[in-house]
Design a protein around this ligand. Structure first.
Ligand SMILES: C[C@H](O)[C@H](O)[C@H]1CNC2=NC(N)=NC(=O)C2=N1
Length: 92
């Protein structure tokens, strides 16, 4: 199981456009419309399944909010940081 990151490690490693919210890291990805957002959601789900690390994702018109935490560890681990970077990679 992945170890919890320290506050310093989290702040040092937060990927671009992500922020910390307690025991989660969060980013709102923006899109031109609902179908673009849903396409991202589907691709993100594939990356999550591939990583076997699953975020909470909320889709609204033109936005997908992604929240990551490691449930097994009870907080933020390297798994969250790594998946956040991969999600940035399919959006930015
Ligand atoms: C049994 C355990 O829940 C699974 O191995 C995986 C599934 N996906 C997961 N996703 C997240 N975000 N945290 C986990 O701890 C986690 N665990």
């Amino acid at each position: 199981m992945a170890d919890l990151l320290s506050d310093t490690e989290i702040s040092d490693q937060l990927p671009d456009e992500w922020s910390r919210d307690g025991d989660e890291i969060v980013r709102v990805f923006e899109f031109d419309g609902y179908l673009d957002a849903s396409g991202f959601l589907s691709a993100a789900a594939g990356l999550a399944e591939d990583a076997w690390h699953h975020p909470e994702m909320t889709i609204t018109w033109g936005e997908v909010e992604v929240r990551l935490t490691t449930h097994d560890a009870g907080g933020i681990t390297q798994n969250d940081i790594d998946l956040a970077e991969r999600l940035n990679g399919i959006h930015d």
